[in-house]
Write a protein that binds this ligand. Sequence first.
Ligand code: XMP
Length: 516
Amino acid sequence: TVLVVDFGAQYAQLIARRVREARVYSEIVPSTMPVAEMLAKGPKAVILSGGPSSVYEPGAPTLDAALFEAGVPVFGMCYGFQLMATALGGTVDNTGSREYGRTGLSVSKPGSTLFEGTPAEQSVWMSHGDACSAAPEGFTVTASTDVVPVAAFENDEKRLYGVQYHPEVLHTTHGQQILEHFLYRGAGLAPTWTTTSVVDEQVALIRAQVGSSRAICGLSGGVDSAVAAALVQKAIGSQLTCVYVDHGLMRKGETEQVEKDFVAATGVQLKVVDASERFLAALAGVSDPEQKRKIIGREFIRVFEQAQAEIVAEAPNDHPVEFLVQGTLYPDVVESGGGTGTANIKSHHNVGGLPEDLEFQLVEPLRKLFKDEVRMVGQELGLPEEIVQRQPFPGPGLGIRIVGEVTRDRLDLLREADAIAREELTAAGLDREIWQCPVVLLADVRSVGVQGDGRTYGHPIVLRPVSSEDAMTADWSRLPYDTLARISTRITNEVKDVNRVTLDITSKPPGTIEWE
Ligand code: XMP
C-alpha cells in the first residue's frame, strides 16, 4: 500500500487515483493521523498531498518529522513539499509572490530519479504563495521556475523526493511519468495491482462475511449498484436477491435494461417492484425540489422494506436475510470520514442508499474503489457495456428534472426528449467525452412557437451537457453545433408540446449539474 496523506482540499483523492492508474494500490489517510499509526499500516511509500494552507499559518496542518526517519520512501507535493522542506531544515519563504496555474519548469538534473527521460522544459500546474529558497542538507535541487529557485528536490539515499507543483493534475504534462518514477524507481514498487486481483479478493471476503446467510441488494440501474450486485452474485450466487424499485421516474428503456441485460449477464435473482403509482401519488402537487427529494427517498425505503418482507415470506425456512449490499464508493468513504462540515447543497438520495435502522449488516465490496475502477471491475465481471459505461443518473431520476410538479404526462414527454438527446449523443460518439447530459423540462414555463402552420404555446427543454472528473466541479461541454442542431430539430419535431430547446452554458460552480 501507498499512503496518501491528505492535507486538505481535493488533491488527495486525485493523487490516490493516479497512483492506482500506475497499478499500485493506494489509500488516503488524514494528516491528523499520528505517524506511528501510519507506519503501523506498513506502507511501501508515503505521498504528502497539497493543501490550501501556508506552512506559516497558525493552525496549519503539520507532520511529525519522524516520518522522514522511518526508512519509508516519501514524496511531497506542493504543501507536502514545503512541509518536508521545513521539517528537514530547508528554507521556505513567504515571498509574497504567488504562482498560480500553468508554469514553465526548468529541469536542472535531467538524469535524476524523478525527471529521467522527461524534457528540460516542461509545463506544470502550480498553486502556492510560499516558495522554497534552499533545499535541506543532503538534497539535490533538480528543477526550478522563474519564481521558485527550488521547485523540486531529492535525496536518493534517504529516498525522499519533493516537487513544488501538482503532478496529479492533467495540466502538468509529465506529471504521471514523474509519479511513476517515484513509485517504480524511488520506492522500487511494481505495477501489480489489477482489477482481477480486486475481484478475487472481494469474492473471498464476501463469502467469509455472508457465510450461509442471505443478502439483498437494491438495484438502481446505475453502475455502482450493478457492479456491487454482480460481485456479490459471483461470490454467493442464489443467496442474493436483487430488488429493483421502478418508481416511474426512470428513463426510457431503463427498467428493461435491468430486467433483461443485467439478469442475462449475471443470472441474478431479481425482484422488480412497479411502484410508479405510489410515487406519483406521493409527488402530486409538489414543486419544491427538496420536498420532492425527501418524498422520493421516503417512498423508496417503504417499498424496499415491503419487498424485503416478501422475500423473507416467500422462503421463511431458508437462512435469514441478514445482509444488505451497497455500492458505496471510496470517495464517499473518504468524504464521510473527513468530518468537515460542508454545506448541504442538496439532499442527495441514493437509490440503494438505505438507512441503517433497517437492521442489516452491510456488504460494501466497492468501498475501496474509484468510479473508473468500478467500471473496470464491471467489465471484468462480464457486465454489458451499456451498464458499465453508463453515465451517472440521480436516484430521484426524472423527478428532479421536471421543474414544477411531476405528472405522468410530463414524465412521458421528458422521457421522449431525453431518449432523443441520448440517441444523438451516442450516434455522435460523444458518450465518453461528456460526463452526463441531463435533459430538463421547464414545465412551469411556456413559450410561443410556430409549428406547422399554427401558433403553439409549449414548454422549453434544457440540455445540460457537462464534462467533469468527479461531479464536484464541472464545465459545460462544447458540443458540436451539428449535434446540437440534430437534437433540437428532432425534439421539437417529435415531442409534442415542446417548441423550444435551450442549452445550459453554466459551469459548476456556480450552477449545480442537475437543475433541482
Ligand atoms: P449536482 O446536481 O449536485 O450533481 O451538481 C452532482 C452529481 O450527482 C448526481 N445527483 C444525484 N445522484 N442521488 C444520486 O444518486 C441524488 O439525489 C442526486 N442528485 C444529484 C448528479 O446527476 C450529478 O452526477
